[in-house]
Design a protein around this ligand. Structure first.
Ligand SMILES: [Cu+2]
Length: 448
């Protein structure tokens, strides 16, 4: 209780709610594919887990109970919160145990996040078993408040003939390919359903909050006949909307899109994922270049409504100034390793003072993409492959292309502790393609 009061001290007087959430992870049996039932793991008996709706300023306590037969954690992917609430491998929750995650949603956080397990070596397994859910954080002054929303959680999975989740032994032929590519499945789920139907009225504008919860599959989204208005990334809205024909969403990334109902009343179209070659040629799946339909968008028969006006200015994003950077951290990615090393919980890979601003230069030496995730702090991508990022946004994952590089700038604000950085291809993460950033409270930083 004392800690919660102390963290409030730094926050402006927003309408603060005390939010209590009860979340239980447990095995469940569910019908996911035709003709079989599958033993999965769920949060509160739901697949995906319940969408958590939070507001900036909320003081959140999640009462978590682990009814799984193995240790787990709940990681609040992308949220800026205290170390003890991060759900990293440092704070496992044993079978039958409970843990309270206590954090405050800080101003400027509004966006789309997700929660999932993060235990050492078992993240891929537990997410494949069904443990993930969406988080929507709202701002009081959301410029798109009046626009109807859809949360779209995309994931994939693979099943054996008897309906069990197909998790081959790591040294089996398929297990070896999974370790290399990251495990992909031929069944694609949107919000736990295969090819669900979303409805829209002609002229209507909808805000889609898309989350890629897949272990490894990257989605290159396209809605034939429609332009997409890209309005937000991992850490919330941009300053201005950007019009696109398609968008790549790598593992653990989120995008906010405005879909304008430019189709005719009664017509249908499908949200598609177009081919995206993230693979090493030797293990590229034979079906990699086949487009996949993800969901049906069905226009209602009613006549078109007048479209709402979409604001041209969404919000102001503060600039993280490269002139303030006090260090550059070089991260070299090779297959399964960062800077030639595998994860060691007893080692600190990067040590920095609280409030420092630093640049990370992530270099990918191998012939497949690696989506790089930093815990605890949102960052701003500076450039990819040397090409300056066209606009400012908050990110917590940056996809580092094969034989490519990405640079981002980050400020280690508010919270000291040990924060993971890792590849978000879950097989790579579990293999040890992960390191530790320790942010230390420092006398020096107090002078600033
Ligand atoms: Cu990787």
């Amino acid at each position: 209780m004392v800690a919660a009061v102390a963290s409030l001290w730094a926050l402006p007087a927003l309408a603060q709610r005390q939010v209590e959430i009860t979340l239980t992870a447990a095995p469940t049996r569910m019908a996911l594919i035709p003709g079989a039932t599958t033993e999965i793991f769920t949060y509160n008996g739901q697949f995906p887990g319940p969408t958590l709706e939070l507001r900036e300023g909320d003081r959140v306590t999640v009462h978590f109970r682990n009814e799984l037969p193995e240790p787990t954690t709940v990681h609040w992917h992308g949220l800026h919160l205290p170390f003890k609430a991060d759900g990293s491998p440092f704070h496992p929750v044993g079978p039958g145990e409970t843990y309270d995650y206590v954090f405050t949603i800080r101003p400027g956080t509004a966006g789309t996040y997700w929660y999932h397990p993060h235990p050492h070596h078992r993240t891929g397994y537990q997410i494949a078993k069904g443990l993930y859910g969406a988080i929507v954080v709202r701002a009081a002054d959301d410029p798109l408040k009046s626009i109807p929303e859809q949360v779209i959680v995309i994931s994939d999975n693979r099943f054996t003939a008897d309906g069990a989740i197909d998790l081959p032994a790591s040294l089996s032929p398929q297990g070896t390919i999974d370790q290399e590519n990251g495990r992909e499945g031929d069944v694609i789920f949107v919000n736990g359903k295969v090819m669900p139907t979303l409805t829209i009225r002609a002229g209507e504008v909808q805000r889609w909050r898309v989350i890629n919860a897949s272990a490894a599959r990257v989605y290159r989204l396209s809605l034939p006949g429609h332009k997409l208005l890209h309005v937000g990334n991992d850490g919330g809205l941009f300053e201005r909307p950007v019009e696109l024909d398609e968008i790549v969403v790598a593992n653990a990334e989120r995008v906010e899109l405005l879909v304008r109902g430019t189709g005719a009343p009664g017509s249908t179209t499908a949200l598609q994922s177009l081919p995206y070659d993230r693979y090493i040629p030797q293990t590229r799946p034979p079906t990699w270049n086949a487009p996949r339909d993800l969901l049906t968008l069905q226009y209602s028969p009613e006549p078109a409504v007048a479209s709402v006006r979409i604001p041209t200015k969404l919000r102001t994003i503060p600039v993280l100034d490269t002139a303030q950077s006090t260090a550059t951290r070089v991260m070299v990615l090779t297959q399964g390793m960062i800077n030639g090393r595998m994860m060691d919980a007893a080692r600190v890979d990067v040590s920095a003072p609280l409030d420092a601003t630093e640049i990370w230069e992530v270099e990918n030496l191998v012939g497949m993409d690696h989506p790089f995730h930093l815990h605890g702090f949102q960052f701003q991508v500076l450039d990819r492959n040397g090409v300056r990022e066209p606009f400012r946004s908050w990110k917590d994952v940056v996809n580092v292309p094969k034989h490519g590089s990405a640079r981002f700038i980050v400020r280690y604000a508010s919270y000291s502790g040990k924060w993971m950085f890792h590849c978000h291809i879950l097989d790579h993460e579990d293999h040890g393609m992960m390191g530790i950033l320790e942010v230390k409270p420092s006398q020096l930083t107090k002078r600033n």
